[in-house]
Design a protein around this ligand. Structure first.
Ligand code: TTP
Ligand code: MG
Length: 351
């Protein structure tokens, strides 16, 4: 049995801001862009969340919900530094560390001998060290696999931890809403509910064959996780699946030509970011994301090697057709094949 710990910092950017300016303690604060410049909230302190302020919300909405909200512009370098400091502590326990974002990581501590080899004690020690030396709190989930560890880290948030032992898996899953499974969004959840499936317990009891018929290979994936089975390893070397750039414009782009005008600059910054990719990446798709002024969004993509202005112009025209209303955000990017993965190597030989 493996021992996996999932660590997730509590209101991460906001916590770093409070640490560096203790006067903010206990106040509703958020890190995000200026409301007048149509910024969005990156994160909010727990005090601000009580007013309904949430990540990814327009800052203007957040100010309306919480007029006393103190809005702070982000300091990415400070967050990155805190993230490295956390990582440095993790390395005292294992080399198998898989960061998911600046404030989140999986640790496989199956072979760790510290704290008598107890993952529960290791998590507690890591949390204590982070709070003492970095000055922010983190929550942890401890479980035999990644899926359960990730769900568990949310259970006693903030500044808490939750353990799921192999014996406790079934009891934990029986009432767990099925949308806690990665990739089960609103659409899939609604389809599942029509079959009478609300919890992982329901999904696990459902006939696997019928599941696969209805949902394809994703159905098998859901079924396995719902039964508490997740063999995905903690992969320490993080490889990207895509690279992209996007921009929210201070004023809506009212028609297609105005959108097309923005493409050369977006491509230029995308090219700059792609320069940092190593040779083991191969581009397999390019895509364009368009967010309209009613906040609906669409992404169009097609297979390409290297996205040119002509390719993206075509994608932009397609995306525009789907909304035909003013546009607030444009993004362009590429999806990548990672040739260091076995799958990527196989592709070279046509499978
Ligand atoms: P999260 O871990 O999702 O959120 P959080 O750490 O702020 O709060 P929680 O206590 O619920 O874990 O994201 C980590 C950081 O990533 C967050 O502090 C800010 C950033 N972020 C964004 O910039 N935009 C987003 O939409 C989200 C969700 C996060
Ligand atoms: Mg977090």
């Amino acid at each position: 049995v493996r021992k996996i710990i999932h660590i997730d910092a509590d209101c991460f950017y906001a916590a770093v801001e409070v640490r560096d300016n203790p006067k903010l303690k206990g106040l509703p604060i958020a890190v995000g862009g200026n409301a007048e410049r149509r910024g969005v909230i990156a994160t909010a302190s727990y005090e601000a969340r009580k007013f309904g302020v949430r990540s990814a919300m327009a800052s203007a909405t957040a100010m309306r919900r919480c007029p006393e909200l103190i809005l702070i512009p982000g300091r990415m370098s400070a967050y990155r530094e805190a993230s490295w400091a956390m990582h440095a502590i993790f390395t005292d326990y294992t080399d198998l560390i898989e960061p998911l974002s600046l404030d989140e990581a999986f640790l496989d501590v199956s072979d760790c001998t510290r704290c008598k080899g107890s993952a529960t004690l290791i998590a507690r020690e890591i949390r204590r060290r982070i709070s003492k030396t970095i000055g922010i709190t983190v929550s942890a989930g401890i479980a035999p696999n990644k899926f359960l560890a990730k769900v568990a880290s949310d259970w006693n948030k903030p500044d808490g931890q939750f353990v799921i032992t192999p014996d406790g898996i079934d009891a934990f899953l029986v009432n767990l809403p099925v949308n806690k499974i990665w990739g089960v969004g609103k659409v899939t959840a609604t389809r599942l509910e029509k079959l009478g499936i609300k919890t992982c317990g329901d999904a696990g009891q459902y006939d696997l064959f019928q599941f696969v018929q209805q949902f394809g290979s994703f159905g098998e994936h859901i079924h396995k996780l719902a039964c508490g089975i997740d063999d995905r390893p903690v992969v320490s070397q993080w490889r990207r699946k895509s690279i992209s750039v996007e921009n929210t414009y201070p004023e809506d782009l009212s028609d297609l030509p105005r959108c097309l005008d923005k493409l050369p600059k977006l491509i230029e910054s995308l090219d700059r970011r792609m320069e940092s990719l190593d040779q083991d990446y191969q581009i397999n798709h390019s895509f364009l994301k368009m967010k309209f002024n009613d906040f609906s969004q669409t992404t169009v993509e097609r297979q390409h090697c290297n996205p040119t202005l002509e390719d993206l112009t075509m994608l932009c025209e397609q995306a525009w057709q789907r909304g035909q209303i003013p546009v607030r955000l444009l993004g362009v990017g590429v999806r990548l094949n990672d040739l260091t993965e076995n799958g990527g190597q196989m592709d070279l030989f046509g499978k």
